[in-house]
Design a protein around this ligand. Structure first.
Ligand SMILES: Nc1nc2c(ncn2[C@@H]2O[C@H](COP(=O)(O)OP(=O)(O)OP(=O)(O)O)[C@@H](O)[C@H]2O)c(=O)[nH]1
Ligand SMILES: [Mg+2]
Length: 530
């Protein structure tokens, strides 16, 4: 057959066969175009093979996971779920923990910088207000003590704002404060760049759309999953997806989402690279310390009720250690670092160097799957699909929050929200066979708050005139949660309740050891009888 006859046959076939026609190269293709086309086809095939391979891997993993012990961490946002996950790794997979510790540096830097910028925002407002008032800012030497010198305090020469009912004296800002604000200006760009690098999880909240709210926070149903489930269409897709990670870093550092596709957190930053960030933060260390230790700034924060020490990712007291060029996070830093969880994060915990339980299936004693979830109200619809498969639930109720409201809905008291969630979990038929463990968390913050004079019965009238102390409130709440567990569980089951401060890694270590023992024993016991 001649070349012309061959071409004619190809042409005829392509007319007969629309698929062949669609994929046939253009008749007038140049050698360069052909090269580009072949390269594109090879790349498309590589991507397709990759996807097939990933599907095969996922299937194999899923088969393997079917027999594994699955623990679900549940509770409202900022209750301490991810902190518990970190404690699990610190205790039971220390080698993996050490390998990943350094990756937390950017999160800790962001936590520190975010706190500084919050203070600077407040300072900027105050300075703008005092500039427009009749008594403008004074230079530090204008007859007033330097607020930074050890033996002087602006409040020492002024009546205390709380001692009389008269309006408090204006805050004694000086040009030093304006200068600090100016010199710490670069931290705004650092915050923006770190946020860009770490993705959506690095922003604290996304408020619920008003349209998703009923007049009462939970409507008539009293079931947080159902009411939020109904609003699932309003939820951003990233709040509903599962991200699995074999490492803690993968599980906690949520990748960014773009048009439904997951993109790994970019190693390339905005205007400042990671080393530049460390450099800038180190350069600002001295000024951050001066700002944080300044008496006028402290008074300003007090008047504005900004309790920096109680917010997640509090590192201001550690600025001297963190704002250095050679900073490496300690175990405690990583445990205290705050990064919001988006969607559901799957983490596979391989117990290193821990004793086997004699006669116990290796899958229960050596490897668990832990699901860490985003706790904000809009994220809760994503929990439901994991209920069916869960062997155990660890529920966190932060008990220091009796006088606080949810970040996503200021009308809802946080303790009340925890009770409603707890009730719906213990009464869920899907979870009837699940072992449920309760952590009454943030006991350290509760003690601090009560020592500072906050009255419990002002927020919790049922508390009556019981002693206004942390042990008494913890016991009171323990009984309340236990009673709900007893009254609403679809079938009788044991109650495990612990009072915890999960940022205290030493105390948490022994709690987790007994939790693990209880879970393994209970799981086996149940397996014998089903
Ligand atoms: N002082 C103190 N801080 C705690 C305790 N538990 C958690 N925290 C801090 O509270 C913040 C929130 O904790 P996370 O573990 O991130 O909370 P979460 O439940 O995972 O929150 P979401 O991911 O938003 O659902 C972090 O900065 C923790 O360090 C505690 O017992 N005491
Ligand atoms: Mg979390």
């Amino acid at each position: 057959m001649t070349k012309t006859q061959q071409l004619a046959r190809v042409h005829t076939r392509s007319i007969d066969d629309p698929l062949a026609a669609a994929i046939a190269p253009p008749p007038d293709e140049t050698p360069e175009q052909r090269e580009t086309r072949l390269a594109q086809e090879a790349e498309a095939k590589r991507i397709s093979d990759d996807i097939d391979e990933r599907i095969r891997e996922e299937r194999a993993l899923w088969k393997k996971k079917k027999g594994l012990f699955k623990l679900l961490l549940l509770g409202q946002s900022e209750s301490g779920k991810s902190t518990v996950l970190k404690n699990f790794q610190l205790n039971f997979a220390p080698q993996a923990w050490q390998e990943e510790r350094i990756s937390w540096r950017a999160v800790i830097q962001l936590n520190l910088v975010r706190s500084v910028n919050l203070i600077l925002d407040a300072l900027a407002e105050e300075l703008a207000a005092s500039n427009s008032s009749p008594s403008p800012i004074r230079p530090p030497s204008a007859g007033r003590p330097d607020p930074n010198s050890a033996d002087s305090s602006p409040t020492a020469t002024e009546p205390s704002p709380t001692s009389t009912s008269a309006p408090p004296a204006p805050l004694a800002f000086t040009s030093k404060h304006a200068l600090l604000k100016l010199r710490l200006g670069p931290l705004r760009q650092v915050e923006a760049d770190l946020k860009q690098r770490l993705g959506a999880a690095s922003s604290e909240t996304d408020p619920e759309p008003h349209s998703a709210r009923s007049p009462s926070p939970y409507g008539a149903s009293d079931a947080p999953f159902e009411s939020t489930y109904a609003h699932a269409r309003n939820v951003r897709s990233q709040d509903l997806c599962l991200r699995s990670g074999r490492s803690l870093r993968d599980a906690l550092f949520a990748p960014q989402q773009e048009g439904g596709r997951i993109r790994a957190a970019s190693p390339v930053m905005g205007r400042t690279g990671l080393d530049d960030v460390t450099e800038i933060v180190a350069g600002c260390g001295e000024d951050v310390r001066a700002l944080w230790e300044d008496e006028v700034v402290r008074e300003m924060l007090k008047r504005r009720k900004m309790q920096m020490e109680e917010s997640g990712g509090y590192f201001l007291d550690d600025v001297e250690r963190i704002a250095t060029r050679t900073y490496e996070p300690s175990d405690d830093d990583v445990v205290r670092a705050r990064l919001r969880t988006l969607g559901v994060q799957e983490y596979s915990l391989n117990f290193e160097n821990t004793g086997e339980y004699p006669g116990v299936d290796r899958s229960i004693s050596k490897e668990w799957i832990i699901y860490d979830v985003g706790g904000s109200r809009t994220s809760r619809a994503a929990w439901l699909p994991y209920f069916e498969d869960a062997n155990a639930i660890l529920f966190l109720a932060p008990i220091s929050c009796f006088d606080e409201t949810l970040a996503e809905d200021k009308r809802v008291n946080r303790l009340e929200d925890s009770f409603i969630l707890w009730k719906s979990i213990v009464s869920s038929k899907l979870l009837a066979k699940c072992i449920i463990i309760l952590f009454l968390n943030k006991y350290d913050l509760l003690s601090k708050k009560l020592r500072a004079g906050v009255r419990i019965n002002k927020y919790l009238s049922s508390y009556g005139d019981r002693e206004n102390t942390a042990p008494v409130l913890a016991k009171y709440l323990h009984h309340k949660f236990r009673d709900q567990h007893k009254d609403f569980s679809p079938e009788p089951r044991s109650f495990y309740g612990y009072v915890t401060s999960v940022v205290d890694t030493k105390a948490t270590s022994s709690t987790l050891a007994s939790v693990r023992d209880a879970l393994v024993q209970k799981h086996l016991h149940k397996a014998d009888f089903v």
